[in-house]
Write a protein that binds this ligand. Structure first.
Ligand code: NAD
Length: 481
């Protein structure tokens, strides 16, 4: 097995530590790749290289950057099967999820092709006679990106495409569970024509070398996706150093089913929202509130439908559930289920393990003393709760530190829009799953679920800096009439 080295300045660079760590296939914990264990010195090397490349290439025309995005999209389309293979074997994605992730990354690249020509400012009326006044959006310099294990291709593409499209250089610290996906990105950007040094990767343990990256004086902006715990830590570093940052963090997203809802559609959406990729999705509907008159009918139909959320061969298109990523995460899922059971929750479906996979698990009777009530499980586990009025449902939905996504199923437009307005969430979907993303929307969460938004429009906030420029023209003179 070949060792995977850092990618810095267009070269494979061995780690300063001389050591490599094992990247495991979660199906059986066999070694999938051996990967450079980065050090703070490696991070410094990558950032310095990125900074030099930024200065060298910052004036490239928008049309050139547009060309990179178009070419990258062509390569992604051509190599879709290869990207999917790595998502299956490296992070245990069922083929359906791997295909979805690859298609979304492709559509993001296509949308990003429109970005370079839209990095625009304004002309502004000036209070000073004869003064021509304008604002420019300029690239910030070096952008640092940090990805989670669950959607490493989507996040790696979103972060790097936006940094490159807006004229910056980029340093990626990929999830230690998904380095091979990052390696594919290095090849993608190189073939797309991005000059060496504008896209760099440092591998390693984020807990050990992350601060060297986010705190580096030459990193101007940070785009992070991962847990709220690490996000808050990064916010502290960014604030102390006056860096721009976007945080895409955890969730405990509610899905509300009113008595007038289309039950079949609500069941289908709930199933997809929580069991896609074995529940390892930030927008997962881990709390489902059902209006009391239909609670039993929904619970019965939903528990029966979990049979459709089946495990098995990851390459089978109908497989929905794969393995849980790591022993640490498996412990967490087990702990949440066992604690709920011990404290009296009913298991309506699932809670069975087959190797590293947990079956689709539906709980009811969950109370605030149970860990699963408030904490993000990040596994195939959801809880059903009854409610009696929309006001109560809104209070229950908002009774969480998180605020990522929220859904409501109802045929009553007044109820739907009241929920959309009052839900404390960054994203609300009516009669649709909690789980949804598109390249050009303001994607993100409120409360402990995030800070800032990402997407082809929203990312301009952290990827560019305003500059005000004026020109005093001679014709009108100074202070004239
Ligand atoms: P994690 O926070 O454990 O790790 C995320 C990344 O942060 C990893 O690459 C890790 O190496 C790195 N890291 C750790 N310590 C760091 C530090 N001090 N400085 C810089 N980087 C550091 O999260 P995870 O387990 O990989 O992913 C799961 C979490 O991500 C869940 O909470 C999930 O909800 C969230 N998530 C959010 C979104 C979103 O868009 N809101 C999308 C996917 C996942």
């Amino acid at each position: 097995m070949k060792n995977l080295d850092h990618w810095i300045g267009g070269l494979a660079v061995a780690p300063g530590s001389g050591t490599y760590f094992d990247d495991l296939n979660p199906v059986d914990d066999s070694v999938y790749a051996r990967v450079a264990a980065g050090t703070a010195a490696d991070v410094d090397h990558a950032v310095e290289t990125a900074d030099k490349a930024f200065r060298q290439h910052r004036d490239l025309p928008a049309a050139v950057r547009e060309g990179w995005m178009v070419k990258a999209a062509e390569i992604m389309e051509r190599d879709a099967a290869l990207f999917s293979e790595v998502l299956i074997d490296e992070i245990g994605s069922p083929a359906a999820k791997a295909g979805f992730e690859t298609r979304f990354a492709l559509s993001f690249l296509r949308a990003a092709a429109g970005v370079p020509r839209r990095v625009r400012g304004e002309t502004i009326p000036s209070d000073t006679p004869g003064r021509f006044s304008m604002s420019l959006r300029q690239p910030v310099g070096v952008v640092a990106g940090i990805t989670p294990f669950n959607v490493p291709l989507i996040k790696g593409i979103k972060q790097s495409a936006m940094a490159l499209a807006t004229g910056n250089a980029f340093v990626l610290l990929p999830s230690e569970a998904a380095p091979k996906v990052a390696d594919l990105l290095a090849a993608l950007w190189r073939e797309a024509g991005v000059p060496d040094g504008l896209f760099n990767i440092v591998y390693g343990n984020g807990a050990e070398i992350g601060d060297a990256l986010t705190g580096h004086p030459k990193v101007a902006s940070i785009t992070f996706t991962g847990s709220s715990r690490v996000g808050k830590h990064i916010a502290g570093i960014a604030a102390r150093n006056l860096k721009k940052y976007t945080l895409e963090l955890g969730g405990k997203s509610p899905l509300i089913v009113c008595a007038d809802a289309d039950l079949e559609k609500a069941v289908g959406a709930a199933l997809f929202s929580i069991f896609m990729y074995q529940g390892q999705v930030c927008m997962g509907a881990s709390r489902i509130y059902v209006e009391r008159p239909i609670f039993d009918a929904f619970a019965k139909a939903f528990a029966a439908a979990t049979a459709k959320a089946k495990g098995g061969d990851l390459r089978e298109p109908t497989t929905m559930l794969g393995p849980i990523i790591s022993e640490r995460q498996r412990d967490r899922v087990r702990r949440h289920i066992d604690d709920a059971r011990t404290k009296g929750a009913a298991v309506l479906a699932g809670a069975e393990w087959n190797g590293n996979s947990c079956s689709a698990t539906v709980l009811s009777g969950v109370t605030p003393e149970m860990t699963v009530f408030a904490e993000e499980t990040f596994g195939p586990v959801t809880s059903l709760y009854p409610f009696d009025s929309l006001d109560e449902a809104i209070d229950l939905a908002n009774d969480t530190e998180y605020g990522l996504s929220a859904s409501i199923f109802t045929r009553d437009i007044d109820k739907a829009l009241r929920f959309a307005q009052q839900a404390e969430a960054g994203m609300v979907h009516i009669n649709a799953p909690t789980l949804h993303d598109e390249p050009h929307v303001p994607f993100g969460g409120t409360k402990a679920s995030g800070f800032g938004r990402e997407g082809t429009e929203a990312d301009l906030e952290i990827m560019t800096e305003w500059k005000w420029v004026t020109v005093q023209t001679a014709t009108a003179g100074h202070g004239g009439h």
